[in-house]
Design a protein around this ligand. Structure first.
Ligand SMILES: Cc1cc2nc3c(=O)[nH]c(=O)nc-3n(C[C@H](O)[C@H](O)[C@H](O)COP(=O)(O)OP(=O)(O)OC[C@H]3O[C@@H](n4cnc5c(N)ncnc54)[C@H](O)[C@@H]3O)c2cc1C
Length: 90
């Protein structure tokens, strides 16, 4: 990140790289993202976002999009093998 033109090179198009790139774009930077993968494909896993993740997306102006494309979990957490809750996230 040098020079008067406010340009940035982001290596990696994962959530961290894309969030950084989106944030800099919103600040008027010129951003190039380099991603080694030839394409993004489904990996067969859901993505759970907690409140801080949604807050971060809202900060990027993506909160409404995230809410519209996801669905709300009323209770999540971790159970042991007997089905007892070890940790609950309301
Ligand atoms: C099965 C599974 C389920 C998960 N579920 C959740 C969940 O529900 N909620 C949650 O918050 N997190 C979840 N995680 C964790 C979450 O996926 C990671 O924390 C997150 O993806 C990390 O983001 P990142 O951008 O730092 O790294 P990554 O997502 O790993 O992205 C890094 C990117 O950089 C690219 N790259 C690497 N080296 C180079 C290079 N030299 N040049 C160019 N590109 C390069 C890679 O190809 C990749 O696309 C899960 C992870 C897994 C594996």
């Amino acid at each position: 990140m040098t020079g008067s033109a406010d340009t940035a090179l982001v290596v990696g198009g994962g959530v961290a790289g894309l969030a950084a790139a989106a944030s800099m774009l919103q600040q008027g930077w010129s951003v190039t993202v380099l991603e080694q993968a030839p394409e993004f494909t489904e990996v067969g896993a859901g993505l759970a976002l907690t409140a801080n993740g949604l807050s971060a997306l809202a900060g990027l102006g993506l909160g409404d999009t995230a809410r519209a494309t996801g669905h709300r979990l009323h209770m999540a957490g971790t159970m042991n093998e007997r089905g007892d809750w070890l940790m609950r996230i309301p």
